[in-house]
Design a protein around this ligand. Structure first.
Ligand SMILES: [Zn+2]
Length: 647
């Protein structure tokens, strides 16, 4: 899963807090807890008898509804619990959309069968299977989001994305790899699909897939669309790798030769890095749309990559999304194949634990950028600009004073990617990009200590490259990471990592930049990448001058904790209405900051918060400040070596 934020629905839960003050009554006189409901069968590593049949009709484009028919083999007279997947791989959180199931009916031998939802585990449905029944016929709809505030939009008039956990129930009591399922999909006429699943047969608009385990099904989503293109990314390679593209409009499918070359180089550079592959075939499922929700979700043999419709057609303006495919591809090695032991679960309703996401996501974030540079998806300068932006961000992360990085690995569960009012103080999923800085630190340290003979490339090959061809998850713990680092370069890696995971205080881990031969500096002009990002977002990112980001309509989109805007009572959602007496626009605000560097006059802003207006005078004269990496000639340019393509 990449750093990009998805808009998700969120729900406020009302809690009644009982004060203990003054309660001196005999405790036994008060209420006593009711026993919890009976446990749902824990998953066992034994085969489920029979094969589930799962048929999904994805043709109701107007209503965004997926109609599901499922046949679940059962033993008559034995109760069963059917589970809706809750803990989704790659999301690292209980993100299953049980609120979007409707119309659930169950029958056996043509007669209705009652179901009841478990009141504690609301993702479980209890069914008393009638005597004599051999199968349950299950029908329901997945009423997927119509508007973005309901969840990610996965169906548009021109494309769709089937994520199997949304459209399947499965029996409790078994490891997901022990439940076999034969799935089919019905698509709108003339649409084409792509998936890592292998086709068994096609009839009309319906495609039947070869029987796989429920585990593999959940790991094998589909994209389909009216406008579709499939490109071979490894012609003549050991195993097929394809780029499957759906787009809002046919002209968005046009891929220039140099763009195809960069995507092909990505595959070769990944092979040179890892020395292995962990799939029989791999499909990048790339959706280019401003109608369907963006996505980055990793799988063993595919990835869901949803980004801007102009990904190819405005290549130079979309540098922000250029690490998406390198990131998700890396996950086939780091995350799917090598997986943290506490994150692996036997089925999709056992809670995950996220303590090692600084490896799973942090090192993937690192290799995502390195592979983007090595393959030519990003230029060296664009990659340096991205590292500068990340370094500055975490160097100003006030929340580092109270919250250790490792604690942020709980964020997918704690915060579920809801918007945060004070991200720089609360912290967020910082293990991604602060993790990236830690791995740059480790890489350059290995290089320095080994006289530049060893590097994190050796770790990648030895840790992620084992068992070439296998995609059975190979789990690891903290000590395994330390051991593998020590095998590359002897050092007290446990202390190195613990200091960075548990430590706090100001200042980001920037030693990797220094050892890489660069310095983080601030200049009064932005990098090209920064400028392109501002232009695309139609806003002004003045984080390191005024301490805030302002959108094109004047809405304050982020406020840096303890920065100048914070000290002047700005919050997210305030609006800057006017700058020095003239109507707001982002360029006017930027120009005012620039001009104030040569003037003693304060910057005067008219600000609206709710229905209140006020005038704010910012006595700020330090000018515009944007992060850059500047070469330090006293240290070898290790960062240049890291970003150079491997031969
Ligand atoms: Zn990721």
């Amino acid at each position: 899963m990449p750093l990009r934020k998805r808009v998700r629905t969120f729900v406020f839960v009302c809690c009644a807090f009982a004060s203990s003050a003054g309660i001196a009554l005999a405790q036994s006189a008060g209420p006593q807890p009711l026993p919890m409901p009976a446990q749902i069968a824990a998953p066992k590593d034994v085969p489920y008898a029979g094969t589930l049949q799962l048929d999904v009709d994805a043709t109701d484009l107007d209503r965004h509804i997926f109609n599901v028919r499922e046949t679940v083999p059962v033993r008559g007279g034995e109760p069963i619990a059917l589970l809706y997947p809750q803990w989704l791989p790659g999301e690292h959180s209980p993100g299953g959309q049980a609120d979007m199931i409707a119309g659930l009916t169950i029958s056996a031998n043509g007669a209705p069968v009652a179901w009841t939802r478990d009141p504690v585990d609301v993702y479980a449905f209890h069914v008393n299977v009638p005597a004599g029944a051999t199968a349950l016929d299950v029908k329901f709809q997945f009423t997927s989001a119509i508007e973005g505030n309901e969840g990610r939009i996965v169906m548009t008039p021109d494309m769709l994305n089937v994520e199997w956990p949304s459209v399947a129930l499965y029996p409790a009591g078994y490891f997901a790899r022990q439940i076999m399922v034969a799935a089919s999909i019905r698509l709108p006429a003339e649409w084409q699909l792509a998936t890592a699943l292998e086709t068994a047969s096609t009839s009309g608009d319906t495609t039947k897939f070869k029987t796989v385990s429920f585990d593999t099904l959940v790991d094998s989503p589909i994209i389909a669309g009216r406008y579709f293109k499939r490109l071979d990314l490894d012609p003549g390679g050991k195993v097929p790798v394809h780029l499957d593209i759906v787009a809002d409009r046919p002209e968005q499918l046009e891929v220039k030769p140099e763009q195809l070359d960069a995507h092909r180089a990505l595959v070769q550079q990944a092979y040179k890095l890892y020395g292995s592959h962990h799939y029989d075939h791999y499909d990048f499922l790339l959706s280019l749309s401003d109608q369907m929700g963006g996505q980055g979700l990793e799988h063993h043999q595919s990835s869901e990559d949803g980004t801007a419709p102009t990904y190819f057609t405005d290549w130079d303006k979309n540098t922000d999304s250029r690490d998406l495919l390198p990131h998700e591809y890396t996950h086939s090695w780091n995350g799917k194949f090598r997986r943290p032991a506490d994150l692996w679960t036997p089925n999709f309703n056992v809670p995950m634990r996220d303590s090692l996401l600084w490896v799973y996501e942090g090192q993937t974030q690192y290799w995502g950028f390195v592979l983007a540079a090595r393959s030519g998806m990003l230029s060296k300068q664009q990659t340096l600009d991205a590292i500068a932006a990340t370094a500055a961000l975490y160097d100003h992360r006030a929340g580092r004073e109270w919250r250790p990085l490792e604690d942020t690995t709980n964020d997918p569960i704690v915060a579920s990617r809801r918007p945060l009012p004070w991200r720089s103080w609360e912290r967020s999923e910082d293990y991604y990009s602060e993790g990236e800085l830690i791995w740059l630190d480790a890489d350059t340290l290995i290089r320095e200590k080994s006289g530049d003979r060893k590097s994190l490339d050796d770790f990648a090959r030895q840790f992620f490259g084992v068992n070439d061809g296998s995609y059975v998850p190979d789990t690891y713990q903290f000590d395994d990471v330390v051991k593998a680092l020590n095998a590359v370069q002897p050092y007290d890696w446990a202390a190195f990592l613990r200091a960075r995971l548990d430590g706090d205080g100001p200042g980001a881990p920037l030693d990797g930049i220094a050892r890489g031969g660069y310095k983080l500096v601030y200049m009064d002009t932005p990098t090209d990448s920064w400028k392109a990002s501002e232009t695309r977002r139609h806003g002004a990112d003045l984080t390191y001058s005024l301490g805030m980001v302002v959108a094109g309509d004047g809405r304050v989109a982020d406020v840096l904790w303890d920065g100048l805007a914070y000290k002047n009572d700005f919050t997210i959602g305030s609006y800057i209405v006017a700058v020095n007496g003239v109507a707001f626009d982002p360029d006017r605000l930027t120009a005012a900051v620039k001009d104030a560097a040569h003037s003693s006059a304060a910057i005067e802003l008219l600000v609206r918060s709710g229905n209140r207006f006020r005038t704010v005078k910012l006595d700020y004269h330090d000018g515009l400040r944007y992060p850059h990496l500047e070469r330090d000639a006293n240290t070898p340019a290790r960062l240049d070596q890291i970003l150079a393509p491997k031969n």
